[in-house]
Design a protein. Structure first.
Length: 132
């Protein structure tokens, strides 16, 4: 059916779910994963994956899903990040991550200086030096 492989079709398409829908419909016509895989230039497992996802989730299942993790177990809790921001803003002069780390230790919170530095950058608490 198609001279271009499945991966190239998906890569060059703005709506890959349409191609996947055609592939799933073709499977229901033939009821043969291998044949559809040969026609689309992909593995039979790929065809089976999309057919099962279509059966489970419908047409929405054929769209691309985010690969971003749902949970990051080692991420610094928001309340600690808020505490770092509060300490950084409470001082009259700007202080660095070493002094913030010592303030956090007084509160019983243990975080590395690199973590504190990253949080300060994310929250725009570090100003760039002026060039001469």
């Amino acid at each position: 059916m198609v001279n271009i492989s499945y991966s190239m079709l998906i890569k060059n398409s703005k709506h890959p779910e349409v191609i996947r829908e055609k592939m799933v419909k073709r499977y229901y016509e033939t009821l043969n994963y291998s044949q559809v895989g040969r026609e689309y230039g992909c593995k039979r497992e790929t065809v089976k994956f999309w057919v099962l996802r279509f059966e489970k989730e419908g047409i929405e299942g054929l769209k691309d899903k985010s690969r971003f993790p749902h949970h990051i177990p080692h991420k610094t809790p928001k309340w600690i990040e808020d505490e770092i921001e509060k300490i950084a803003k409470s001082k009259r002069y700007s202080i660095g991550q070493d002094r913030i780390q010592s303030e956090l230790r007084k509160l019983g919170i243990q975080r590395s200086t690199s973590t504190i530095n990253r949080i300060m950058h994310e929250r725009n608490l570090i100003k760039k030096r002026k060039k001469k």
